[in-house]
Design a protein around this ligand. Sequence first.
Ligand code: TRP
Length: 340
Amino acid sequence: MTSKKRILTGIRPTGALHLGHYAGALENWLKLQHEYDCSFLIADYQVSDYADDIARVRDAVWEVALDWLAVGLDPVESSFVIESLVPEHAELTTWLGWFLPVSMLARNPTLKAEMESLENPEDGSSERKSVPVAFYTYPVMQVANILMPRAHLVPVGEDQLPHIELTRETARRFNHRFKEVFPEPEALIGRIPRLVGIDGQAKMSKSKNNAIYLKDDADMVTRKVMSMYTPRMSATEPGDPDVTPAFMYHDAFNHDREEVERLKERYRKGAVGDVEVKRKLAVALNDFLDPIRERRARYEADMPAVRDALASGTERYRTIARQTMEMVRDALDLNYLERY
Ligand code: TRP
């Protein structure tokens, strides 16, 4: 292990990644990957809400890995890790479960909201689901994820803060009661913690059908942008860029800051049409996505390279995982077979 500080973060494998993932997470990871010893986890233990669609999980693991490579994460410098191929995660989760009160899960606001929407889907079209045991305990698994490499920093979206708090609490309790094993990890929030979907209503997500994917082709992106929600009735109505999705995307992805500022000025005066704002956005987004698409196409034509990235990262990570489990067993003084 190097002397760099360690980062652990993860994504649930539910499908290809979209602009919301980029703005909220990947952009940050790209910057951090050189400065820190990073492990990026594909958290396949954490998708028990897809238990009736395991084929999707199977495919999504590859989609996520492809998108990571496409945006420029480096699998040599950092470790790409498949969670369930490191069985130490299950082991650590079980031990940590000893020291986490059920009441702390019951209070976790993110978990509460997610369970609520599983049981009562808002859109009415998807069917109500009961909450699997593994869903209820996923925050414990996430604590184990973060503590496994004894991470110092966890770059995540805002909604993950309760899980980081739980991790800090667990680390404190464990260290205090047994032995100083775990650093208390800190959260790192990205530049744009929450990107609105093209519907302008909810956070961008696959389930809301309001996402622009990193792998969408140029036509698809243009079509989605042109259909984007706009709060104005006409081009001559003064508008507020701060509440207009097209401008939020301009802010996040258009590198031509001057063009954006000029457009905003005209928009505020009611001197630009939404079509022009959106056309320019489509161009900016496609400029941004082109190199990502190119890199993805190259890897799609060489899936064994993607496999190697996952295999070598997971293998490297297992060495650290085994070390941590030794430290944990030692701290708990549970090396039974060494007694006689
Ligand atoms: N729960 C996270 C999400 O939904 C994904 C995740 C799994 C994660 N394990 C993690 C994030 C560990 C940070 C650290 O986005």
